[in-house]
Ligand binder design. Structure first.
Ligand code: GLN
Length: 283
């Protein structure tokens, strides 16, 4: 069987299994098994597939048909042009979150500074920022040791020595460090989905860690905690930037205003939803 025929067969199976991105999934999985780029597949699709690779591909295909995210099957995902290792201990980096990186970069106008990323997961936000601001020091914290080791692995992969990662329950590891625990920018993509949201029963999120997705108080509990706690960890004039659900912008702006932040605003993601809210520590 040729690679093209194998791809056509796999695409049809994935369509039948309800994948919203059947052809792409099949191509990405086949490239992963063969160790090639998609352009190679377009050029050499008339070659015969060897038996061993076909077997491994079919095994991955069966898992994808059962709903497992492609990023967990291949163990990687692109974010901000960086190929990042992913595994089921952390959320899969999403394009929407690049809006948070853009907003942080727009505020990082000095040649040096310090950024803190809370609940860093695979390290996506911290590493994207670190890659664009080599003069800044970036600290990523996560409560899960598996996430910390994944983020460190990703930093090493891209030789981003200006980003370091540690275990911490939100700001806990910074307690007692006084002025050393203050940052120019504090960012986070915390859990913000309500436990009863039907979105949790669809697609890739079913396989992602609940602890990275679900928060109490209709999804607002962790966002509210971060708004309150970040005040102690911002330098005068520093900014807090939070990703949130597209219906949560007003509630997050209100929390920021109530907590005394200035210049409170929101930014839209690629789909046009208010996805990020930010506020400035009153100097
Ligand atoms: N935006 C993600 C989703 O809807 C959730 C990310 C998060 O909870 N931080 O799947």
């Amino acid at each position: 069987m040729t690679l093209d025929a194998l791809l056509a067969e796999a695409t049809a199976s994935l369509v039948a299994a309800g994948s919203p991105s059947a052809r792409l999934d099949a191509e990405v999985l086949l490239c992963h098994v063969l160790g090639v780029e998609r352009t190679w597949l377009y050029t050499w699709g008339d070659r015969d597939a060897d038996g061993e690779a076909t077997g491994r591909f079919r095994a991955l295909l069966a898992r994808r048909m059962a709903g497992e995210p492609v990023a967990y099957l291949t163990g990687e995902r692109e974010f901000w042009g960086l190929t990042l290792a992913t595994d089921p201990s952390t959320l899969i980096p999403r394009p929407d979150t690049e809006t948070l990186v853009e907003a942080a970069l727009a505020l990082a106008t000095t040649s040096g500074g310090r950024l803190l990323d809370l609940g860093t997961g695979s390290g996506a936000i911290a590493l994207a920022f670190a890659s664009e601001r080599p003069g800044w020091r970036v600290l990523g914290l996560d409560i899960r040791p598996e996430a910390v080791s994944l983020a460190r692995q990703n930093a090493a992969r891209h030789a981003l020595a200006n980003a370091v990662f540690d275990e911490s329950d939100w700001f806990a590891a910074l307690a007692g460090q006084g002025e050393d625990a203050r940052f120019d920018l504090v960012v986070s993509n915390p859990p913000y989905i309500a436990a009863d949201d039907p979105h949790l029963a669809e697609g890739d999120v079913r396989f992602e860690p609940r602890s990275a997705l679900v928060a109490g108080g209709e999804g607002l509990a962790d966002l509210r905690h971060l708004v309150a706690a970040a005040r102690e960890h911002l330098l005068p004039g520093g900014w807090l930037l939070l990703e949130h659900g597209f219906r949560q912008a007003e509630a997050v702006r209100e929390a920021l205003v109530e907590a005394g932040y200035a210049e409170v605003a929101s930014r839209r993601d690629l789909a046009g939803h208010e996805r990020i809210s930010l506020g400035r520590h009153p100097a």
